[in-house]
Write a protein that binds this ligand. Structure first.
Ligand SMILES: O=C(O)CCC(=O)C(=O)O
Ligand SMILES: [Fe+2]
Length: 303
């Protein structure tokens, strides 16, 4: 007797494509010129990649003021979390860099979108010793291995985190290109091209998909049509690696090691805004941004 087949859920198992890895500086530059994501993985290009460890930061910038956030879930911020957890994750506290390092609190994030080393065409004074090394990426300061003209540089952000932190999928709102240096620790990053906005429930520059949507894609266990229609690329960013994220590309970032230190350089593409592939908005459920707005209001009481 032929038994009827049960209705199987439409689950596709496929691992995301890897981001292209290059081992030569010249090749990395060529990928950047073609606006194609890639990772440089090779010997250090700049002195700060070797210098910027916890003892160096304590000694040369320990008193610097930083803005930190702590999430009860480690998620910054998952739209499917409860409103109170989102509010707590949004709350800011100002402390010194040494206090952050002493705290040793997993689920705490010092974000490069709050802590600028360089902004508005100037170095932020408290980071001048760090900038003496970090400026090597800039044509006017570096040797033969610089990557960005000073006139194109928008912002440089410093990131520090403990293990277990995840940050929400977004594209960088400025539509700048992004060079992300993994100086210490490890991160895992899932990236999506700008045209994937259709499947990501975009609201402003963020995806309102729950974090489980991206965890499913990473595991290659995709239960929804939206997951299957995306074109993800995945990369494990190890100490010394540099990731190039072209303008408009979405990124979902997981912080893996006990201490993760990154510098992000955001720089202008040199193209007019109307020539850039700006992702559009695809969210159809107004309740999600309302929940985030309420959490944002509550966050002022949670800090
Ligand atoms: O490291 C992270 O959590 C996010 C990094 C990021 O969004 C960026 O460099 O633009
Ligand atoms: Fe970003």
């Amino acid at each position: 007797m032929v038994r009827p087949q049960p209705d199987l859920p439409d689950v596709r198992t496929a691992q995301p494509e890897p981001v292209q890895v290059v081992t030569s500086f010249e090749e990395f530059r060529r990928f950047m010129q073609r606006d194609t994501p890639c990772v440089y993985s090779g010997s250090s290009l700049y002195s700060f990649q070797d210098k910027l460890c916890e003892p160096w930061l304590r000694k040369h910038a320990g008193q610097s003021k930083v803005c930190v956030r702590r999430s009860p879930t480690g998620k910054f911020i998952d739209p499917s979390d409860g409103v109170l957890n989102i509010a707590k994750s949004l709350a800011e506290t100002n402390i010194s860099l040494n206090e952050f390092l002493d705290n040793n609190d997993s689920r705490m994030l010092l974000s490069g979108t709050d802590t600028y080393v360089y902004t508005k065409n100037a170095v932020v004074g408290q980071w001048s010793e760090l900038w003496a090394h970090a400026s090597e990426v800039i044509d006017e300061h570096g040797g033969g291995r610089s990557l960005i003209p000073q006139s194109a540089l928008s912002t440089v952000g410093l990131w520090l985190s403990r293990d277990g932190v995840q940050s929400m999928t977004h594209y960088d709102d400025s539509l700048d290109h992004n060079l992300n240096f993994q100086i210490k620790g490890k991160k895992e990053i899932l990236m999506f091209p700008p045209e994937d906005w259709k499947h990501l429930k975009t609201f402003k520059a963020m995806s309102m998909q729950p974090f489980s949507f991206f965890e499913g894609i990473k595991k290659g266990h995709m239960t929804s049509t939206q997951q299957r229609n995306c074109q993800p690329q995945w990369v494990e960013l190890n100490e010394g690696d540099v990731l190039y994220i072209p303008s408009g590309w979405f990124h979902f970032v997981e912080h893996i090691d006990d201490l993760n230190i990154n510098l992000t350089y955001w720089f202008k593409t040199g193209r007019a805004k109307n020539e850039l592939k700006k992702p559009k908005q695809s969210l159809r459920n107004i309740l999600i941004p309302l929940k985030l707005s309420l959490a944002f209001l509550l966050s002022h009481f949670a800090s």
